[in-house]
Design a protein around this ligand. Structure first.
Ligand code: FES
Length: 107
């Protein structure tokens, strides 16, 4: 649950992220990856700028906004819930795939 007093896109909002058994607070002004790390979760990452896709995870519900104009996720992948936590900022409570790490099918 989030703090209703802090709804909106301002930097004061704090959302909740649920990923399987793990859950953590995610301030709107911090990337989802940075919040996971602050909670002690060792999420995979490398470039931290939205290009390598090492941090790719799947969103089951919720919304994120990107801190860069074109993160390395294709429109079809976005539609399926894939996102890059290293450059994504929460805009609602988020529910991620159970273990977070999933492999995209090779096409
Ligand atoms: S760490 Fe490289 S895209 Fe997120």
């Amino acid at each position: 649950m989030h703090d209703d007093a802090n709804d909106g896109d301002d930097g004061d909002a704090v959302w909740q992220v649920h990923a399987g058994d793990a859950g953590f607070a995610a301030p709107a002004d911090r990337t989802v990856l940075a919040s996971a790390e602050a909670a002690g979760l060792p999420w995979s990452n490398s470039c931290r700028n939205g290009t390598c896709r090492t941090c790719l995870r799947r969103l089951r519900s919720g919304e994120v906004a990107y801190g860069i104009e074109w993160p390395g996720v294709l429109p079809d992948e976005r539609a399926e819930g894939w996102f890059l936590p290293c450059v994504a900022y929460p805009r609602s409570d988020l529910v991620l795939a159970a273990d977070g790490v999933q492999v995209l099918p090779v096409t």
